[in-house]
Structures are given as structure tokens and as C-alpha cells.
Unconditional design. Structure first.
Length: 497
């Protein structure tokens, strides 16, 4: 991570840009251009505020970073992108300074570029397959596709060029969309574009799914998500919040009482998993979901105006090694904890969290206690957490996921004194819709079973995103929403003819 200030990074890029002098660049020259680091808030300052950590490229930086792209004849980066954005196309337009064109190219495939440019795991997707990274034998030196995407998307937002898509004349057909995360937002927009009436039903009081209640403000400003939601309402999509499908209405009632012609289910994977160890009921044990929802959605960090209190923690253990664990640890630090430790049963190599998030967490002073896992949570006489007992592990042979299996070391138990334990070991799908609609087929994990087009076992019912894939990513959820929307549009076209 860079320790140069944003101004220094900008000046440095400006000098490089001048030296390129607008001439045709050979491959060797392009490979010699240094990777442009992302300017970020100083770690000591940012752990005391909720503002975005990464500050975004300057124009000088985006032009220089775009010059690193080789414009490959066989652009392998596109194969790494779940929605197959024309990456060399939008990078060339950014290099030329034609940001409107660049944004247009991205928007052909992705509806939420300002969000994806911030939270997509590019290092394991498009950037993992980039020729520059391979030529330099360092995937970390691949073209920073996500950062360029973010710049272009922000340019569009700031210059009023990010208008909602046009809507065709009304068809009279009606579609219900359950949930309002990235899968549902994409599906709702794509269906509405064809002129169908769309209603989004969201259980929470605010739409946006995990992008609003899970991913913290300091990684994804809520203003950006809200703008995408506003775009939906501008297109004429109706949003109904505090509306729980399976309680307020069943799936059947959406057809039989309300007369919808098709339904898309994008209800996500919001049910937290616990460790099932003794002591998980003590006061001071939270699921990451609850902790982050209180902090993000209910703004617990804003103590004067907060809708909910936050637990006053001093010493926190976060269990898990994914993005959710990093977000919880960094949030706990910002909420005033003195010491925050991530406890993970494998090593850093096996951690599913994004490399950048791990690096940011370390910079912010989060401790990492690896090859360890809690076996018991201990409480005091008031029923509050006072310690966790952890067992140490070594790494054995790879398991089904390809990652080396953690093997417990007998007799290695030790106690860590803490007052808060945040469990971030994954989520499952909420069973409510399935329970109230038993003919909706689910697999052994409770995920809704859907075919290539997102079609479920029920007539006119489609599904996509985490409810089908299990906990996945924003871009994969969007891809699923888009696929299902195309199938719903085809279905409604046929029934209209
Ligand atoms: P969700 O975003 O989960 O939205 C589902 C919505 O449906 C919710 O708003 C829920 O309230 C609503 N709902 C559920 N049941 C009902 C019902 N019965 N009736 C009405 N509404 C209902 N991905 C990345 O790509 N990059 C990251 O950096 C990243 N970080 C993450 C950090 C955290 C803390 C978490 C939890 C996840 C993160 N993810 C990240 C994963 C990503 O956010 C999800 O894969 C994605 O949001 C899934 O989208 P979705 O549309 O399927 O569902
Ligand atoms: Fe550019 Fe890398 Fe894609 Fe080639 S693979 S077009 S260098 S981003």
C-alpha cells in the first residue's frame, strides 16, 4: 500500500503523463510504466472516522494507468469478468480522456460501476487474468481495471452523465421483485426497461441489501448506493419497504391476490452461521450481520442520532477470515475498541478476504491471530463475555475447497481476555420463503434451485444472487439478476403476443 499523499501521487502521475508525450507506445514502454497506487486516507486518521478509505484516482493517474493496458488482441481480462465488460474498450476511451464513451461501454454490461469499481474482487477476477500482470510475473501489477472503472463511474455521477436507462412504452405486464440487493436492482431495471410494471418488496426499512446494511460506509459510501436506488424510482419502479414476503404476503398471494405475471426472488443469504460452541449466548457475542447492521443501517456510530445503541467494546475478537470479518474488525476499531484481533483457523494465504482489505486492516492496527479457533466463550457472573478459549491448529492436506485443512493441535488451548466476540464465519439463506412455499425447490444448503436462466421449480418464478449461489459477490449477483430478467422479459413477450 502506498504511503505517498494524494498530491504526491498526482504530481508523480503528471510527470509520467508528460514524458509519454501523446506518442504511440510500444509494448515494452507500456510494461515499464509504474502501477498507479490508490490514494487513501492516512491509517491513523481513518480509524477515527467513517469516511471512505480509498480516495480514488486523480485524472492524471487514470490516464497513466490506462496507458499500461496493452490493448490485447485476445483480452483475457474479459474472460475473468463475470459480466464480460469490454475492458480494453473502456480503458482505451479513458486513456483518450473520453470518459462519457468509456462509461457508455461499461454500462452496456454493468449497471452499477461505481459500486463494482469499489467492492469487486478484481484481483481474483479480471485482473487475475490480465496479460500485464502475467508478463511482469506479479498479479499485483496487473492493470488496475477496477480503479479505472471507479474513476469513470464517479466522473459520470459527478458530471450528471449517469442517467437511468430509457423505458419502453407500458406493456401492462406486472413483475414482483423480492429483495433489493444487487441481484434485484439489476433485474428490476432490466425488466422495467422493457416497459413492464415492476414492484420491489424489501423486508428492511431501507433498500439496497448488503450494500446498505453490510458493507461499511468507509468502503462503500451509502450515497452511491442510494443514487442507484433513486435511478430505479426515476425509471418508475415502485419500492415497498418493511414488506416481508412469506409474512406480509406469501409468494402465492403475489400471483393470486395481487395479479403479478412473474416473480424474481433476490432475497440473499442473510441468516448468520454460529460456531455452536459453549458460551455463544453470553452478552457481548454478536453475529457479524447484527453488528454491521446496527453500525451501518441503524447508524450506531452516530451516537447522538443513532436508532440503536452499540455495545461499548474495549477488547474484541472477530472470528473468520473473509471480507465480513475484515469489515467487522475495522468497524469495531472505528467504534472505539482499543484492541481488535482477527482469529482465523488457517493462514493468511487461505483467507477468502480481498488482499486489499487485509492490508487495510493491518494498516489500521488490527491484530491477526492465525491458525487458531475458539472452542468456548467464557462469561463473568453478570453473564457478559470475559474471555475466549482458543485451540491452535496446523495445516494438513487440502480439503474439498482446495484449501489446506486446519488440523487441531492437541493440548494447545489458551485463553484470550476479551469483552466482545463477533462471529463472521458465513451466512445461510433465510428459510422463510421456502417454508411458506414448499413446492419451491431448494438444495441441501437451503439455496433456491434455479436453471441456467434463473428459472425455479415454480412456474413464472425466477431467482438469482446469493439465494441461489450462497454467499457470493456483488457482480455475480448482478449477473444473475440480468440473466433472470432476460428470461422474464422473454416470457412476458411470449404471453403478450
Ligand atoms: P442481498 O444483497 O443480500 O440483498 C437481499 C435483500 O433481500 C436484503 O435487503 C434483504 O433484506 C431482502 N430480503 C430477504 N428476505 C426477504 C423477504 N422474505 N422479503 C423481502 N425482502 C427480503 N461482495 C463483493 O463483491 N465485494 C465485497 O467487498 C463484499 N463485501 C461484503 C461484506 C459484507 C459485510 C457482506 C455481508 C457481504 C459482502 N459481499 C461482498 C457479498 C455481497 O454483498 C453479496 O454477495 C451481494 O450483496 C448479494 O446480493 P443479493 O442481491 O443476492 O442479496
Ligand atoms: Fe489490457 Fe490486461 Fe485486458 Fe490486456 S488483459 S486488454 S493488458 S486489461
Amino acid at each position: 500500500m502506498s504511503h505517498l499523499s494524494p498530491t504526491e501521487l498526482k504530481t508523480h502521475a503528471s510527470e509520467i503523463w508528460k514524458s509519454l508525450d501523446g506518442r504511440e507506445l510500444r509494448m515494452k514502454e507500456r510494461l515499464g510504466i509504474p502501477l498507479q497506487e490508490m490514494p487513501s486516507q492516512d491509517p491513523l486518521v481513518r480509524c477515527t472516522n467513517m469516511n471512505e478509505v480509498a480516495l480514488g484516482y486523480s485524472e492524471e493517474q487514470v490516464r497513466v494507468e490506462s496507458a499500461r493496458c496493452l490493448q490485447c488482441k485476445n483480452p483475457t481480462c474479459i474472460d475473468g469478468c463475470p459480466v464480460r465488460i469490454d475492458i480494453p474498450g473502456f480503458i482505451q476511451a479513458a486513456f483518450d480522456g473520453d470518459y462519457a464513451k468509456s462509461l457508455g461501454i461499461i454500462k452496456e454490461s454493468s449497471l452499477l460501476p461505481a459500486i463494482c469499481g469499489r467492492v469487486c474482487p478484481q484481483e481474483s477476477q479480471c485482473q487475475a487474468t490480465c496479460t500485464v500482470g502475467r508478463s511482469l510475473k506479479d498479479v499485483g501489477k496487473a492493470v488496475s481495471i477496477g480503479r479505472i472503472e471507479r474513476y469513470v463511474a464517479d466522473w459520470g455521477r459527478e458530471n450528471g452523465k449517469s442517467r437511468p436507462p430509457a423505458v419502453k412504452p407500458e406493456t401492462g405486464k406486472r413483475v414482483a421483485v423480492i429483495g433489493s440487493g444487487p441481484a434485484s436492482i439489476t433485474a428490476a431495471a432490466d425488466i422495467r426497461k422493457e416497459g413492464h410494471t415492476v414492484t420491489v418488496f424489501e423486508a428492511f426499512h431501507k433498500p439496497g441489501g448488503v450494500m446498505i446494511y453490510g458493507i461499511p460506509e468507509f468502503r462503500l459510501p451509502k450515497k452511491i448506493v442510494q443514487e442507484e436506488i433513486d435511478a430505479l424510482t426515476t425509471m418508475g419502479v415502485e419500492l415497498r419497504t418493511n414488506f416481508l414476503i412469506g409474512r406480509t404476503r406469501t409468494l402465492h398471494e403475489l400471483f393470486e391476490k395481487d395479479g403479478y405475471d412473474a416473480v424474481f426472488i433476490g432475497s440473499g443469504a442473510g441468516l448468520p452461521k454460529f460456531m455452536n460452541v459453549p458460551g455463544e449466548n453470553f452478552v457481548g457475542v454478536f453475529s457479524a450481520n447484527e453488528y454491521l447492521t446496527r453500525a451501518n443501517l441503524m447508524k450506531a456510530y452516530d451516537s447522538e442520532h443513532a436508532a440503536t445503541p452499540i455495545y461499548p467494546s474495549r477488547r474484541v475478537v472477530v472470528v473468520g477470515g473473509g471480507n465480513v470479518a475484515m469489515d467487522s474488525a475495522r468497524m469495531a476499531k472505528r467504534l472505539g475498541a482499543d484492541e481488535v484481533t482477527i482469529v482465523y483457523r488457517r493462514t493468511e494465504v487461505e483467507m477468502p478476504a480481498r488482499v486489499e482489505e487485509v492490508a487495510h486492516a493491518k494498516e489500521e492496527g488490527i491484530n491477526f491471530f492465525l491458525l487458531a479457533n475458539p472452542v468456548e466463550i467464557l462469561g463473568n457472573d453478570k453473564g457478559r463475555v470475559r474471555a475466549v478459549r482458543v485451540l491452535r491448529y496446523s495445516l494438513g492436506e487440502p480439503d474439498d475447497s482446495g484449501r489446506r485443512r486446519p488440523v487441531p493441535i492437541e493440548g494447545s488451548e489458551m485463553e484470550m481476555e476479551v469483552d466482545t466476540v463477533i462471529v463472521a464465519i458465513g451466512n445461510e439463506s433465510n428459510p422463510l420463503i421456502h417454508r411458506t412455499t414448499p413446492e419451491l425447490a431448494t438444495d441441501s444448503h437451503g439455496h433456491i434451485v434455479a436453471d441456467e436462466e434463473g428459472k425455479t421449480s415454480m412456474d413464472r418464478v425466477y431467482a438469482g444472487g446469493d439465494i441461489v449461489l450462497g454467499s457470493a459477490t456483488v457482480i455475480l449477483a448482478m449477473g444473475e439478476g440480468r440473466k433472470a430478467a432476460a428470461a422474464i422479459n422473454r416470457l412476458l413477450d411470449i404471453t403478450q403476443a
